[in-house]
Design a protein around this ligand. Structure first.
Ligand code: UDX
Length: 441
């Protein structure tokens, strides 16, 4: 078993560190945030991720998992140092490498024996070569440093599951020795290992995320057409997904992708292409189309009601997807802004993202403490995130407690027959709208 340092305890770093300790390695997670490290030392995860707390506690108790703010303590005597710090998007869409550069310098200053540096963070093609140069330039002791690109594919909300059940582990290195070491470290996961060179591994991460973002955007465009042509997107997606070349996954229509990866990585890839004089027109169109898709429910409501001025709109689900408290690039941000601009009042509900939502959504947004409380007294209801709790919405609440008796469902949470029985007006994605039948007595 190896001695491993992991720098950065965001989603990627923390899950990586905890998973590596679970398969038996000795892991020290390093972060500059003292309060966060103090919490993690007690087995408390700073992020909401199913299964993470239990796994953390188990490995801390087994003596395999440590947390520290001290870089020297973290790096000395380690076989491997994983870099998992953030690469946020700069104003111009490029990736900000400041945190990575600072970690590279810390490694160079502190190590007293050879080490393999593994980059987990998503970085532009060529960055690993640059990091290796940086570490070598700043080395204090005469030791050998190798570099490996090991991109992360885990999804928020199922990160622990993904760490043990992913489709592949990509190991990109120009050193056979370093690649073999990483292969050995990862073998216990039992996941297919794919070895390639450093630059191809860096590109795999961007290419995978951009492809998935394109696939979602494609199905959303087909969905918008289905709505206009009377076809049903659910059947269409099934029908095309049966073709193995297309595949059945990632064909759920909705109000566009959000989150920490797809928006950031698609913009970064467009910039990476521009830097080598290449116009990635397809991806630019994906980004633009997704932005429009995020507020498509507002367009539909405006078309239906003329104006939304003075209307109270309930937003069910605020996080960018279920099982996470992450609000980054969530459609609820653009939706609430547009609604407020059009003179509507907004009440939001989310099972766990409300604290984060308060920091990000416009100040005028009000918050409810249950689905029921949000729906009652509103004029119109929007479903933005398909939480189980939202999918369990009692449709009679829409009929009996909203003035318009109308539900705009951005995630196709209900089948059309159920909605017809509930006798509400229902607009979903890529399916015909259901009208209400006025029962005259
Ligand atoms: C994604 C990638 O899946 C993961 O491999 C990568 O490491 C990070 O980015 P994540 O952002 O956590 O993971 O969530 P994911 O479940 O992939 O969903 C991303 C977005 O796409 C969400 O907004 C989701 O609502 C949307 N989506 C996904 C769809 O609209 N339709 C789909 O069929 C699938």
């Amino acid at each position: 078993m190896k001695k491993i340092a992991v720098v950065g305890t965001g989603y990627v770093g923390l899950v990586t560190g905890v998973a590596l300790s679970e398969i038996g390695h000795h892991v020290t997670c390093i972060d500059i945030d003292e309060a966060k490290v103090a919490r993690m030392q007690k087995g408390e995860s700073p992020i909401y991720e199913p299964g993470l707390d239990e796994m953390m506690t188990r490995n801390i108790e087994a003596g395999r998992l440590h947390f520290t703010t001290i870089h020297q303590e973290g790096f000395v005597g380690k076989d491997v140092a994983y870099i998992a710090v953030g690469t946020p998007e700069l104003e111009d869409g490029t990736a900000d490498l400041r945190f990575i550069e600072s970690v590279a310098k810390d490694i160079a200053k502190n190590i007293t024996s050879g080490i393999t540096v593994v980059t987990k963070s998503t970085v532009p093609v060529g960055t690993n070569d640059y990091i290796l140069g940086l570490v070598n330039d700043q080395l204090v002791n005469d030791v050998k440093v190798e570099i490996v690109s090991n991109p992360e594919f885990l999804r928020e909300g199922s990160a622990i599951y993904d760490a043990f059940n992913g489709d592949r582990i990509v190991i990109g290195s120009d050193s056979e020795k370093a690649a073999t070491l990483l292969e050995e470290i990862n073998k216990p996961f039992g996941i297919h290992i794919y070895k390639t060179d450093v630059r191809s591994a860096e590109m795999i991460k961007y290419a995978a995320n951009a492809f998935l973002a394109t696939k979602i955007t494609y199905i959303n465009e087909i969905s918008n057409l289905c709505e206009r042509l009377g076809a049903n997107i659910v059947d269409v997606a099934k029908g095309i997904g049966l073709d193995d070349r297309i595949g059945k996954h990632f064909l759920r229509p909705g109000i566009g992708y959000g989150g920490s990866c797809f928006p950031k990585d698609t913009s970064a890839l467009v910039k990476i292409a521009k830097a080598v004089d290449y116009d990635f027109n397809l991806l630019q169109a994906v980004i633009h189309t997704n932005e429009k898709q995020q507020t498509s429910l507002v367009d539909k409501a405006e078309k239906r009601f003329g104006s939304l001025e003075g209307k109270r709109v309930a937003l069910l689900g605020l996080a960018f997807k279920p099982n996470t408290d992450d609000m980054r690039e969530a459609p609820s941000i653009a939706v609430s802004q547009r609604l407020i601009e059009s003179g509507a009042s907004v009440v939001g509900y989310d099972p766990i993202a409300i604290d984060n939502a308060r920091r990000i959504l416009p100040g005028a947004v009000e918050y409810a403490s249950s689905v029921e409380e949000a729906v009652k007294g509103s004029d119109i209801v929007f479903i933005l995130t398909e939480w189980d709790e939202v999918k369990a919405l009692d449709l009679s609440l829409i009929k009996d407690h909203t003035t318009s008796k109308t539900l705009f469902d951005g995630r196709n949470c209900f089948d059309l027959d159920t909605v017809k029985e509930a006798n509400i007006e229902y607009h979903s994605m890529g399916r015909v709208s259901v009208e209400r039948v006025e029962i005259l007595v």
